[in-house]
Design a protein around this ligand. Sequence first.
Ligand SMILES: Cc1ncc(COP(=O)(O)O)c(C=O)c1O
Length: 448
Amino acid sequence: MPKWHWPIDPDKVPRIVVEPPGPKALEVVRRDEELIMQSFARWYPLVIARGYGPVVEDVDGNLYIDYNAGIAVTNVGHAHPKVVEAIKRQAELFLHYSLTDFYYEVAVKLAEKLVSIAPISGGKKVFFTNSGTESIEGVLKIARGHFKGQRPYVIAFLGAFHGRTYGSMSVTASKPVHRRHFSPLVPNVIHAPYPHPVHCPFKASTPEECGEYALAFIEDWILKRLVDPSEVSLVLIEPIQGEGGYVVPSKSFIQGLRKLTQEHGMLFAVDEVQSGFGRTGRWFAVEHFGVEPDLIATAKAIAAGLPLGAIIGKAEVMSLPRGAHANTFGGNPVAAAAALASMEVIEEEGLLRHAEMLGEELKKVFAEEVGDRHHVRGLGLMIGVELLDERKKPAKYLDEVLLKAFKRGVAVIGAGLSTIRVAPPLVIPREMALKAASVILEILRGYR
Ligand SMILES: Cc1ncc(COP(=O)(O)O)c(C=O)c1O
């Protein structure tokens, strides 16, 4: 069970003292808009001053229940004392000494921890990055490099989000705005259909059947008509699509995909940037599907909010030659210390189990009230409530619902076209999580 470490009373949250956005928030927004490139898709003007575990306070003194965890980052909550202490301790020792040129132990300790939790058997190795997109870039290079350039193709999935730099943008296919005006992209990426349980691209009657068709599409159309399997180095997939709408595929689809990569000698990489580090009630979401990947791309929650990412892979695959891949800040010592502390918190406070149980309860609460109209899905505390209209098409009022929740002290955002994205810090107490759910459900009652 999570412990409460923060100097506020959890029963007194949410607390709205000034209707948000208040005057101080508006002033920060004004300066932001003047000076910062506005290429972000922001949801509402929440201006953070401070965080307390699963609670955030804005600059006007309002307290919100945090259903976002930043953006699926602060899995152990904001300002967890153990993480703060680890950061302070490391900061007093040294802040930087490039790991790709020299050595330090805290990075080795973190690599030891990561290989111990990664669901890959046999020898494993790690490469540290600074972000999710950089982890994906690394995975693409590792896969092509592994085959010495002899397998130039990559299979990715429609609906996927992998990042915004050129390689990761090229495998991304969740919203046209991510790619529009930026071509030419990295070539030789093939996008296959992802088996969406509501909007299956095939005429299937169950999610499992949708998965079968999606697999058959890869086997019969892509690999028999478009590209020879011997030219494909990598199949890259999010085990649960994040930005695409918190979409959970069938177990048999992921298992079939893994088998297919093995039959053709392709590498199988999972993007766990959003789903990793306990979010789904396991260290990694792929564990729910009973398959072992060759490569795992991570970032976001790894270091409790500091910028860090890691690629974890089979030792024989993590074999780029000296000089072929490196960076300045990857495995930063302060971020590494925070990551080790954060993983200790997850273990000590039983957060995997908590996420699993609370996630099941929350799904039930949402499904009981709106399951007949909308689609509730997810694993652990990675829950999507896809808002649908009468024809079971994506509803148009997601933004309105999120704005209303914000005004009532629940910070929650969307994913995909119309999905409410429930991703609180794993330290959220049960009562607080249920309170936020009831606020959202009350708002949804206005849209029946
Ligand atoms: C699954 C997934 N992969 C990659 C990324 C990119 O991560 P970053 O924003 O750290 O570059 C994201 C970000 O949302 C993501 O959700």
